[in-house]
Design a protein. Structure first.
Length: 323
């Protein structure tokens, strides 16, 4: 061993290399840790996104299932509706078949059946015409119904119906002779009578120097008015108004009786009108004319007897009952 050898020297490179290696290792570990943390974060984010997507898909699937159930329900409802419509169509087809069968029977019917229908139509028209005359005094409506009945009977073939057509012609002539109808004419005359009565003078002024007027009437005329109390007593304004209203009421009742065809009420109303007239107006030629006209009105018959009325209908029913 050489004791004279120099002592070993400590080089700094010997420490730098381990430190650098350690730094490199630490830096790599830190970078690796950072990358691992970033990878974990990205994985967590992707997992969260995946969960959100899965939830969205689940909601979409649920909505599709609900839509499917709703569609299935609508399809079932449509199927039920179709079954109902099919049943109705079958019913309509059956009814159409029945109608076609009935039409075929009518087409194959004999002339006797056609005449029966025409005779029934004529009977109905004649019955309605008689009711129009008896209850409503509708002469125009009765004429139209008689014309329709005549047209229906003209289509009936056979010599046995000649007497029926002749009876209908006589009945139509009797209805034509009524004119506008007795009730319509009486109503018109009542209206004219009311107007004429309203125009009667309230008092009669004698002519000057008339020989028929006593001298004491002329002397007392400026002071008093002499009125015969047997027929017309002195009426106040209120009494005259009440009497006039009563007369108008009786005329209205007479018109109502004419509309109903009530002969007794019509005559009673005109009798009461005749009692009120001398109370309201003094004796005069105009009043006497109105009273005569009133008596002529009272003698009118609201329902004049027509022997021909209903004869055609009765004869038609007798023919049908005997056939």
């Amino acid at each position: 061993m050489n004791e004279d050898a120099p002592p070993p020297t400590h080089s700094p490179l010997r420490w730098i290399l381990p430190i650098a290696a350690a730094a490199v290792i630490v830096g790599g570990a830190a970078w690796g840790w950072t990358q691992w943390q970033a990878q974990q974060a990205r994985s967590a984010q992707r997992e969260a996104d995946a969960n959100v997507l899965v939830q969205g898909l689940a909601g979409s699937v649920d909505a599709l299932r609900r839509d499917q159930r709703s569609t299935s329900q609508r399809v079932q409802d449509a199927a039920a509706t179709n079954r109902v419509l099919r049943d109705e169509m079958l019913g309509l087809s059956q009814r159409n078949a029945l109608l076609e069968e009935n039409l075929a029977r009518l087409a194959d019917s004999t002339r006797h059946n056609a005449q029966a229908l025409q005779l029934e139509e004529a009977e109905l028209l004649l019955s309605q015409a008689g009711q129009r005359l008896a209850f409503a005094d509708d002469v125009d409506g009765a004429r139209r119904l008689y014309a329709l009945a005549a047209a229906a009977l003209d289509e009936v073939q056979g010599t046995e119906f000649l007497n029926l057509r002749q009876a209908l012609m006589q009945e139509r002539n009797a209805v034509d002779a009524l004119g506008p109808g007795p009730r319509a004419e009486i109503n018109l005359r009542l209206t004219r009578f009311a107007q004429a009565v309203g125009a009667l003078p309230g008092e009669i002024v004698p002519a000057a120097g008339s020989a028929s007027t006593p001298w004491w009437h002329q002397v007392l005329a400026p002071f008093v008015t002499i009125t015969p109390t047997a027929a017309q007593g002195p009426l106040t304004g209120a009494e005259r108004t009440a009497a006039w209203d009563s007369l108008q009421l009786e005329l209205t009742l007479a018109r109502a009786a004419v509309e109903r065809g009530n002969q007794s009420e019509f005559e009673q109303s005109l009798d009461r009108v005749a009692l009120w007239m001398p109370r309201l107006w003094p004796d005069s030629p105009g009043l006497r004319e109105r009273r005569v006209e009133l008596q002529q009105l009272r003698a009118q018959v609201l329902r004049p007897p027509l022997p021909e009325l209903g004869s055609t209908l009765q004869q038609l029913r007798s023919m049908r009952d005997g056939s």
